[in-house]
Each structure stands twice: as C-alpha cells, then as structure tokens.
Write a protein that binds this ligand. Structure first.
Ligand code: SF4
Length: 235
C-alpha cells in the first residue's frame, strides 16, 4: 500500500515537467501581457497594499471602485488616518466587509507611520510583518511594485497548482511557498498571469475543460475528465 509521502510525490510534477508546464502555459496564455488585467505596473506601493486589502472577497470592479473613492479623499497614510470612520467606511463600502477593512486600513497606516516612516517595506518579510498583509498581498506588491521575483497565489492560481501538481499545500500561502521553490526563475512574475488566465479559461473551478486541455498529458489531477459529455470510452 502506498504511504502518504508516495501519494504526495505521485501528485507532484517533477522539475522537468514543471518547466514544460510553464513553457506550455506561456505559449498559450502569455499573449498580450501589456493588457493583462491585474496589479501590473502599480507604481505606488501604498496604494497597491490598500487595494489588496480591499480586494478580500470582493469583485475586481468593486475593489477598483472602493480604491478610487478612498484615494480621491486621501493619498497618504497620514491623510487616511485623518479621515473619520463614517467617511472612510463610506468610501470603501463597494468592496464589502467595510467595518473590518476600515479597521485594518487604520492599523496598517498607523504601523507604516510608526515603524517605517510612512514607507512600505520592499521585502516579503517586511511586507508580511504589516497588519492586514498576507502572503498573496505581499507577493503582489513585491512582484508588481518592487519588481521582485514572486508568483502571487490567488484562488485560481492555487486551484491550478493543486490540480496539475505544480505545487501542493493546504492553504494559498503554503502553495505559494511551495511554488516559489518549484517554479524556475524565468516564469516570475508573469507566471501569475498565465496561471490566472488558464484557471479562468480552461481549468475552471466547477467544470475544468480537461478534454480540450493542452496540459492534460502532464496534469496529475486524479479526477480529470478526458471525455466530453456523451462521448463513450471507445470514442
Ligand atoms: S487536465 Fe483538467 S484538471 Fe488538469 S490542468 Fe487541464 S483542465 Fe485542469
């Protein structure tokens, strides 16, 4: 009988397969990266952190609306702290969970001023030490504001990693840690966009398009559906 370690090893792609998987993803999903949706080229680290905090359980369009409204009122941690609760909450309302998010933003701004002279730290460790910044936000800011080598793992990236066997982990943060070790440097940070596009277009949450998937022969997902609905085993 296979032990737990063998089962995990069997679910993971080896180094050569990881390389090949990213080559195929780049070729199929790279396309026009200049127009890729996301936080690319976000020059303002403070704004990027706030947008990331607002994005929790919020649609991209609502996050953008809330971020724009907030930054119309305040562009610095000092100015944000000077807003009264009602004004702050009203600005970020479109992003949902506004009471908790307002508290988190205040704590983040306070910490930034007290411990970092108002400047966002430019290392993963520094970012992770900030209130409200988890692994995904840290990697997004690191990659797209500071130009660091990181692949941010969101729900789409995490799902694709788990299914294909690129990286495994019980949480998005653990998958990000594993992916960081397993992904070759040349895929960072654009691999984030290739994986998101692939997760939205092919390896979708409820009904992955396994029968048409260009990664099917590499993919380790045990529940791959390689036949289309209505196709028989002999077809
Ligand atoms: S074969 Fe299916 S599960 Fe595997 S990567 Fe492709 S779509 Fe996802």
């Amino acid at each position: 009988m296979a032990n737990g370690r063998e089962v995990v090893a069997d679910r993971l792609l080896d180094a050569q397969e990881v390389e090949r998987t990213f080559e195929l993803l780049r070729d199929a999903m790279g396309g026009d990266m200049a127009n890729a949706k996301g936080p690319k080229g976000q020059p303002d680290a403070f704004r990027s952190c706030i947008a990331c905090m607002l994005s929790a359980q919020s649609r991209d369009s609502n996050t953008a609306k809330a971020t724009r409204a907030l930054f119309r009122l305040a562009e610095t941690p000092q100015a944000m702290l000077a807003l009264d609760d009602a004004t702050l909450i009203d600005a970020i309302r479109p992003a949902g969970l506004y009471n908790n998010k307002a508290k988190a933003i205040r704590k983040f701004c306070r910490q930034l001023i007290d411990d970092h002279d108002g400047h966002v730290p430019d290392t993963r460790q520094g970012l992770l030490s900030m209130h409200g910044i988890g692994r995904k936000c840290a990697d997004i800011v690191l990659a797209f504001t500071f130009g660091g080598d990181a692949i941010a793992v969101d729900t789409h990236v995490g799902r694709v990693c788990e299914r294909t066997g690129l990286a495994l982990g019980s949480t998005e943060a653990k998958i990000a840690e594993a992916l960081d070790e397993r992904a070759p440097d040349w895929v960072k940070p654009e691999g984030h966009f290739w994986l998101i596009r692939f997760g939205k277009r092919v390896c979708t949450g409820r009904a992955p398009k396994c029968a048409d998937c260009f990664l099917a022969s590499l993919c380790r997902y045990p529940d791959k559906r390689l036949r289309r609905a209505g196709e028989s085993a002999e077809a």
